[in-house]
Design a binder for this molecule. Structure first.
Ligand code: ZN
Length: 303
């Protein structure tokens, strides 16, 4: 026991240091370019399905930049300090493997610099869970089919919009002050039949607890949907959206601007649920991403 205590005293500060540094910087920082006139830094948690990359370009004489990957174009945003940023989401359904990325940088005199890299998306293990819900959420009755189709079209239209400015400010916050499950990407089987993937994280909390906007943005959807119940979607700009589902009550209106921390509704159990909780999700340029990959990025750098 005495020996254990001695070791404990010796190693505890080391463990504490590792723990604190991981909690403060849960992401990786890579320098892709470090020339005199051009610095490209990339931040991410892990290069795997559901995660986000933040790319920052610093340099004199830069007019604009675009990144090309996953057959999509990602335009860079220019901050107050004249740095350029873009966020790239790796979709939950992206196949692991090697992906070329091209960054095209245009100077004030229209010269183009091309930077090419290859990123390696790693495989990630997502556990399997069996869930039992009301049968109407596994085999919807014929009268609900038209409604489901309409709602899918609404969501598709929303996620296709690109607001050409960042509405959010610095880091994102947890919308409910309860312990969130890290259950993004879980493979699910509903009522032993219907397979599905979990596209967000769940925060179990009692019915009626206030749900807050994770960051500043515009409410683009505030209504009752078949599967997700009372739902709020906030547009944070540049293709980034946060989603809040199964609410017992919605307290905002479509079109309304909300600040970080504003109450947007109350925790509930509407739609396809097994009990009261908040389902919290994110979309970034059409990619389904893990909310934790957003809140753990150093978004305070975007200045
Ligand atoms: Zn959920």
């Amino acid at each position: 026991m005495k020996k254990f205590l001695t070791y404990f005293k010796l190693f505890f500060p080391v463990f504490l240091f590792i723990f604190i540094s991981y909690s403060l910087f849960p992401y990786v920082k890579e320098a892709w370019e470090e020339n005199e006139g051009l610095v490209i830094e990339v931040f991410y948690r892990e290069l795997c399905p559901g995660d986000v990359m933040l790319i920052k370009i610093k340099g004199r004489n830069i007019y604009s930049a675009d990144a090309f990957i996953f057959q999509k174009k990602f335009s860079f945003y220019k901050s107050r300090n004249n740095n350029l940023f873009t966020l790239i989401g790796i979709d939950l359904f992206e196949e692991p493997g090697e992906y070329p990325i091209i960054i095209k940088i245009r100077s004030n005199s229209s010269e183009i610099t091309e930077i090419k890299r290859v990123i390696k998306i790693k495989e990630k293990y997502f556990p399997l869970k069996k869930i039992r819900v009301k049968e109407e959420y596994v085999t919807p009755p014929p009268r609900a089919l038209e409604r489901i189709k309409k709602e899918r079209a609404i969501l598709k239209r929303i996620y296709r919009t690109l607001t050409p400015q960042y509405l959010f400010e610095r880091e994102f916050i947890l919308p409910v002050e309860f312990q969130a499950k890290r259950n993004f990407g879980e493979r699910r089987i509903f009522n032993l039949r219907r397979e599905s993937r979990h596209t967000g994280v769940d925060i179990p909390a009692p019915k009626g607890v206030a749900v807050k906007a994770s960051n500043r943005g515009k409410v683009v959807l505030a209504r009752d949907l078949y599967y997700s119940g009372n739902t709020v979607i906030i547009d944070h700009g540049y293709g980034l959206f946060s989603l809040y589902c199964h609410l017992s009550k919605i307290t905002v209106k479509e079109g309304q601007l909300v600040k970080k921390g504003d109450v947007i509704g109350k925790v509930g159990a509407t739609g396809r649920v097994t009990g009261p909780h908040l389902h919290w999700g994110f979309k970034l340029n059409g990619a389904i991403i893990d909310p934790y990959s957003v809140i753990e990025l150093p978004l305070n750098l975007l200045e």
